[in-house]
Design a protein around this ligand. Structure first.
Ligand code: SF4
Length: 236
């Protein structure tokens, strides 16, 4: 691969996107509530297919009813389901949480994922994705926010934005997009890029009627240029 090959072009485009987003939204810092790895794994399982507000309600109920990992691990599945009902998919999520806790206890002799900090990113992801109900996105959130590894979680907002930017193929799903992009994100850039791309997807690059003329990525976005050309808005 030459210095101007597709890998380097993708890395350069991602760097440029990250700079443009940071200029618009600032440089986000790590959220304190996401730092403890096992807590973060449970929170991220609860976040699947629901809103942040419902996830937080489900997590708060769960923590109130089962304030420690041993209490939660010993709880009947139906009680866990009831506690997390606000987050939806309660049966599947309860099963994932209880099965992760049971296996971690069995393999590590306690409720901790701290050992993952000494394991390379790919192996740590392989371990987490071996749990039922834990995909690449959930694993990457834990590895990025709890361990500071250079994992790049892709959610539906990031998938939409990166497809419109033509950084990933139109057929890519969440996992494929994450694994395609991650090696090209500069070290230390995963977290600000992840947070700022989600913000862009929520506020500007919305599923319907994206606000391309207001978007900081318009000068580097093929889809934005097509849309603004159709509407007669000159690209900045
Ligand atoms: Fe999305 Fe439009 Fe921005 Fe492109 S220019 S990222 S399509 S809002």
């Amino acid at each position: 691969m030459t210095a101007t090959g597709p890998r380097n072009i993708l890395a350069a485009r991602l760097r440029d996107v990250s700079v443009r987003l940071s200029l618009r939204f600032g440089r986000p810092s790590r959220s304190a509530h996401q730092t403890e790895p096992l807590r973060n794994l449970i929170l991220t399982i609860l976040s699947q297919n629901t809103t942040d507000a419902n996830r937080d309600r489900a997590f708060a109920n769960l923590a109130r009813r089962f304030p420690t990992f041993p209490l939660l691990a010993a709880a009947p599945s139906k009680d866990v389901e009831e506690a997390i009902r606000a987050g939806g998919l309660a049966r599947a999520k309860a099963k994932s949480i209880l099965s992760a806790l049971s296996r971690i206890r069995e393999e590590r002799g306690g409720y901790t994922l701290d050992f993952l900090s000494d394991i390379p990113l790919a192996a740590a992801r392989e371990y987490l994705t071996s749990f039922p109900g834990v995909g690449v996105k959930t694993a990457n959130v834990v590895l990025l926010f709890s361990f500071g590894k250079d994992a790049f979680p892709v959610d539906t907002h990031i998938l939409r934005v990166t497809k419109r930017l033509e950084l990933v193929p139109p057929s890519a799903d969440l996992s494929r997009a994450a694994l395609l992009l991650e090696p090209h994100v500069a070290p230390g850039e995963s977290m600000p890029l992840h947070i700022n791309m989600i913000r862009l997807g929520r506020e500007i690059c919305r599923p319907r009627n994206p606000l391309c003329p207001e978007c900081p990525l318009l000068p580097v976005c093929p889809e934005g240029k097509r849309r603004t050309k159709r509407r007669g808005v000159p690209p900045r």
